[in-house]
Write a protein that binds this ligand. Structure first.
Ligand code: GTP
Ligand code: MG
Length: 425
């Protein structure tokens, strides 16, 4: 099965906490601070790789987490950085942030990559906070938060020329004789169920051609296999419309042309407007009169018609040269307007500074994002550090709020997950 969409969950590494430590050596009773910095958390990197063809793997593994940074240690030992996690995706993958639906990246080239979730910064150890006034800093910085988000991967084929037409008209045969691609070819409908790409060499240049499953009436509304693949075709610059002019399945080639074009138009205006030339295939089996009538009809609608017999390579070179010429005349189409993703720092979150109070059994629970950061850098063995935490909570208005909610002496106040007993100072 061809998987062209997947939603995964990614999480970068948290930054390691800075360390609070003091030098201890014989005969030096009061050593200076020597707590090292925490390591940086690993990034989640997404990279395009031309060896991948589908998003299949993402159906089985949906969670991706980078390594956290190590905490700093005494003796000025820095914590190790967490390793980045590189997620490889096929070339042509568009990555969106599912929450905002904004595009984070459109990976169109082999090796192209971007950071989808940045690792948290390493916290500074207490050695970094020493200055002329503060000789013995008793605190260190907590490591930066990990970032987590859900992202959607969508694979869009990148081809210059798209082959469209009814099933069994010879699209795959045409691809197989024009390129080194080796698609399955057989005399029944929907032989092709996943798109195939091939490179057509032309003079000293080349272009990419995509063969998609056959379209049938109603494809633009989901009939057959067509719908899933019309969006790939939307990204091509021109179309080769393959029509079986032998009428080998009892259909009228003129009607085939109109019906498929109606489906393209039914899907989008963009598809309807895409420049198109016609491969009048199976000419070896066609009735001259039927072919002439078809040709006149198609030309009256403004299409150029190229008679072909794909398996014996007849007419194929003329068709490909015409396609190449049309490509040169067709400007690379402007991409639809995309909303690009703007990453934010945790500190920019409007909720970052809010402190929340809720009642719980025997007391109150106090939470908040900035509070959590300060909490993580609190040294619970140090009065100064604890006072700083308390003052932050007081200044946020949380104590006042709890008093109004009925806070009394002796009640437990749980900050994040640490219990204090409340006494009016
Ligand atoms: N006589 C003749 N047979 C052809 C020609 N082109 C293709 N065929 C045959 O038509 C059948 C279908 O060819 P495919 O290339 O698989 O057709 P398709 O359009 O890719 O079909 P789907 O993948 O099912 O949509 C095969 O048996 C081919 O050998 C042609 O020009 N002349
Ligand atoms: Mg096919």
């Amino acid at each position: 099965m061809f998987v062209d969409k997947a939603t995964i969950f990614i999480k970068s590494g948290k930054g390691g906490n800075g360390s609070v430590s003091f030098r201890r050596e014989p005969y030096i009773p009061q050593g200076g601070p020597d707590g090292g910095n925490g390591g940086k958390g690993g990034d989640i990197v997404i990279q395009a790789d031309r060896n991948l063809r589908t998003l299949m793997d993402f159906r089985y593994k949906r969670k991706y987490e980078a390594e956290s940074g190590e905490d700093g240690r005494g003796r000025q030992q820095f914590g190790k950085d967490g390793a980045d996690l590189v997620i490889k995706v096929p070339v042509g993958t568009v990555v969106r942030d599912t929450e905002s639906n904004a595009v984070m990246a459109d990976l169109t080239e082999d090796g192209q990559s971007f950071v989808a979730a940045k690792g948290g910064r390493g916290g500074k150890g207490n050695v970094m906070f020493k200055n002329s006034v503060r000789q013995a800093p008793n605190f260190a910085e907590a490591g930066g938060f990990a970032r987590e988000r859900q992202i959607e991967l969508e694979l869009k084929l990148i081809a210059d020329v798209g082959l469209v037409g009814y099933p069994n008209v010879g699209k795959s045969t045409l691809l197989s004789v024009s390129t080194s691609a080796n698609p399955k070819i057989a005399n029944y409908h929907f032989t092709t169920i996943t798109p195939n790409l091939g490179v057509v060499s032309m003079y000293d240049s080349s272009f990419v051609m995509a063969d998609i499953p056959g379209l049938i009436e109603g494809a633009s509304e989901g009939a057959g296999l067509g719908l899933d693949f019309l969006k790939h075709i939307e990204r091509t610059r021109i179309l080769i419309h393959v029509v079986d002019v032998s009428g080998s399945e009892g259909r009228d080639p003129k009607e085939d042309l109109d019906k498929i074009n109606a489906e393209l138009a039914g899907y989008s205006e963009k598809l309807a407007k895409k420049p198109q030339i016609i491969c009048a295939n199976k000419i070896d089996m066609a009735d001259d009169e039927v072919y002439e009538e078809f040709k006149a009809y198609a030309e009256s609608k403004g299409y150029s018609v190229y008679p072909c017999s794909a398996p014996i390579h007849e007419g194929v070179d003329e068709l490909l040269r015409a396609a190449y010429k049309l490509l040169l005349e067709t400007e690379a189409e402007e991409q639809e307007e995309t909303v690009f993703f703007q990453d934010t720092k945790p500190e920019d979150d409007p909720d970052y500074r809010n402190v929340y109070v809720e009642r719980k059994k025997g007391g109150f629970l106090v939470t908040g994002k900035q509070l959590e950061k300060i909490f993580n850098s609190t040294n619970f063995n140090d009065a100064g550090s604890l006072r700083y935490l308390y003052r932050y909570i007081e200044e946020s208005g949380a104590i006042e709020e709890m008093l109004q909610m009925g806070l009394e002496e002796g009640d437990t106040i749980t900050v994040i997950d640490y219990d204090f007993e409340y006494y009016d100072e």
